[in-house]
Design a protein around this ligand. Structure first.
Ligand code: GLN
Length: 417
């Protein structure tokens, strides 16, 4: 096969999801909801394939009714009137939006900066488009005076702006900012985004703002859209959103890119040649769902349900005496596994199992899945090989699951006591 794919080892999802199925473990690994999507979006989907022409290609930019609903939903959030012809592109999931953006902007050898840990699809999206990934870690700084048992907050993971600047070269072209963040659950503050944005302005970088978890922000935190912070930032930012994350339909593969006309036009040129258009009939369903969501106060209800799931899992880890990063957004919890006592014989057994990585976190997650009965994701998959050690004592658990599933996980995790 081609060099561009020959180095791809088996990805983390295709190891842990099948392993969870095979072993019957409760799957808190891959982040997909196992509760039903809202009835109104299922009803809309059932209707959407009725009219014959709905089943044919959509406009490459996306069906107009969906672009209109996206404009109606997001214009107030951006404080500007989004133009359905100029500022909106419907994509085959958020991932394709990112892929098409990188395809539209990277020349061979151009560099794309991302923060570690990063959602693992970013890296192949960069390299498949001829770019070079450049990594700058978010670092966890325990609060002053914190005890080893004290939880960290997602806000304790910070980017050192000087470290970011040190990674800028004359090939730097793009920076990806993911807020709310997978896997940390960090919600970047306006101040942090302004500082990163200033670096992007000073070095003429395109900003890809991956905001797919924008509707899942907890407590008194607020999601800040970097594109709204100044006209200069709007002009160099494409913001990516996801119907899958917004309406618990991750398999629909529908997302969108919002931004200024010139950027959207460039992405459209790539998108048209990659997929031509996104899934057509379900675009009508997402249009209806965006309309209904506002009428029904759906986002507030959804976030309170997620907050309860988050509380349940946080309470479980507290009870087990495991330190975690308390997420302010998204649906993941990073757990510090260093205090888990793993029996020596079981550890030896796990170490003999061939897996794509020998990092400690892979082995711990394999042990959690096979011996404890709860699947989690090893976060070193979200780091470059140089920095994978930063994740050796971490495991990522997701809480986008039914109450029943979470109760089963909590019951199984009692074995850690
Ligand atoms: N975004 C989800 C996660 O991080 C799943 C991604 C995937 O399956 N590729 O868990």
């Amino acid at each position: 096969c081609a060099d561009r794919v020959s180095h791809f080892v088996q990805d983390v999802w295709s190891v842990f999801s099948p392993l969870a199925v095979k072993t019957g473990a409760v799957n808190l690994g891959q982040g997909f909801p196992n509760f039903p999507p809202p009835q109104f979006i299922k009803d809309a989907a059932a209707k959407s394939i009725g009219p014959d022409l709905n089943n044919q290609y959509a406009h490459p930019k996306g069906h107009l009714p969906l672009r209109k609903e996206i404009a109606a939903t997001f214009s107030p959030l951006y404080g500007r009137k989004l133009d359905v012809e100029k500022n909106i592109l419907v994509t085959a999931g958020a991932n394709e939006a990112i892929f098409a953006t990188l395809s539209a902007y990277l020349n061979p050898g151009d560099e794309c900066i991302m923060m570690e840990p990063f959602f693992d699809q970013y890296e192949p999206n960069i390299t498949l488009n001829g770019g070079k990934p450049v990594y700058v870690p978010l670092r966890l700084h325990h609060k002053k005076g914190a005890k080893v048992s004290d939880n960290d907050s997602a806000a304790d993971w910070t980017l050192d702006i000087d470290e970011l600047k040190a990674h800028i070269t004359d090939r730097s072209k793009v920076i990806i900012i993911n807020t709310p963040h997978n896997p940390i659950g960090k919600v970047f503050s306006a101040e942090e985004l302004r500082a990163i944005g200033q670096v992007a302005i000073d070095h003429n970088l395109l900003i890809i703002a991956d905001e797919v978890y924008e509707r899942l922000v907890y407590g008194d935190k607020e999601h800040v859209r970097i594109a709204t912070l100044s006209q200069e930032l709007w002009e160099r930012t494409v913001t990516i959103g996801s119907a899958g994350k917004t309406f618990a339909v991750t398999g629909w593969r529908l997302g969108w890119a919002l931004g200024p006309e010139s950027i959207i036009q460039n992405i459209l040129n790539a998108h048209t040649r990659i997929v031509f258009c996104a899934n057509a009939p379900l675009q009508f369903a997402v249009a209806d769902a965006l309309h209904e969501a506002n009428k029904r106060n759906y986002y507030a209800t959804q976030v309170s349900e997620y907050a309860a799931r988050r509380e349940k899992l946080l309470a479980c880890f507290k009870d087990l005496g495991l330190r975690v990063t308390v997420p302010d957004g998204s649906y993941f919890i990073l757990v510090d596994t260093s205090r888990i006592a793993i029996p020596a014989d079981e550890w030896k057994e796990i170490c003999a199992v061939p897996m794509p990585s020998t990092n400690r976190d892979w082995r711990v997650c394999y042990w959690l899945t096979t011996k404890i009965g709860v699947a989690a994701i090893p976060p070193s998959s979200f780091y470059s090989p140089e920095n994978a050690h930063l994740a050796e004592n971490l495991a990522r658990f997701c809480f986008c699951k039914t109450e029943e599933t979470l109760d089963q996980a909590v019951a199984a995790l009692q074995k850690l006591k």
